[in-house]
Design a protein around this ligand. Structure first.
Ligand SMILES: CC(C)(COP(=O)(O)OP(=O)(O)OC[C@H]1O[C@@H](n2cnc3c(N)ncnc32)[C@H](O)[C@@H]1OP(=O)(O)O)[C@@H](O)C(=O)NCCC(=O)NCCS
Length: 184
């Protein structure tokens, strides 16, 4: 378990299969993710869990629990490259009544600390739909910078939208951490 301030990150578990299945089929939750074909059957979701139970060098997926032990979403690192020490971050808070309450930012900051300080990574990047304002605000709050955009990359409710690329480097994270500890 990796402890954050508002959340803990734990391994993917078959115990949470009903939660994963509910989240991945909720159109509001996956609306901005852009690459899901609803509906996802329980069997398909079970296969996803099975795949992640055995772990994998190039991916680390966690379930986000509140401090009361309630599962509210998943977060992970994909395409981990140990030569470049770089990876791609993804997150989904599946319980909508937990949006806008700082859980996403805490889960991301907790994972960034793990990735930089424990795994020794150097760069973390992500991609987000240009109209996902909440996610972009959350990523900026966590220290990500906009690095570029792919114009009209995704098709969303009848129009083409931009995909924004964001990234954070270890030295930027270290500076933020120092600022925080000075405040404290
Ligand atoms: C994106 C997501 C991870 C963010 O997590 P969260 O817990 O809701 O985010 P936080 O509360 O930590 O931060 C959200 C910030 O966005 C701001 N925000 C919300 N809606 C906004 C909008 N329309 N425009 C600008 N800012 C907005 C909030 O005010 C908050 O900033 P603040 O703390 O400075 O006030 C979560 O909402 C989620 O999983 N959504 C569905 C799936 C998804 O979009 N995943 C990301 C795919 S790239």
């Amino acid at each position: 378990m990796i402890r954050g301030k508002k959340i803990d990150l734990v391994a993917v578990s078959m115990n949470y299969l009903p939660n994963y299945h509910k989240w991945i089929n909720d159109p509001d939750v996956v609306d901005m993710l852009g690459h899901f074909d609803l509906p996802i059957s329980l069997e398909q979701e079970r296969k996803w869990v099975e795949k992640h139970l055995s772990g994998n060098e190039s991916e680390k997926i966690f379930t986000i629990l509140t401090k009361n032990g309630k599962p509210i979403g998943n977060i992970g690192l994909a395409d981990i490259n140990y030569t470049n020490r770089a990876t791609t971050l993804g997150i989904m808070i599946g319980e909508k009544n937990y949006w806008n309450r700082g859980y996403g930012a805490d889960a991301i900051s907790t994972l960034l600390e793990f990735a930089f300080d424990t795994m020794g990574l150097h760069r973390i990047e992500l991609r987000v739909n240009g109209n996902n304002e909440r996610a972009i605000a959350c990523y900026k709050k966590c220290g990500f910078k906009i690095e570029g955009k792919r114009r009209k990359h995704g098709y969303y409710h009848g129009e083409y939208i931009n995909e924004i690329w964001m990234g954070i480097l270890r030295e930027e994270w270290d500076k933020m951490e120092k600022k925080e500890s000075k405040k404290g």
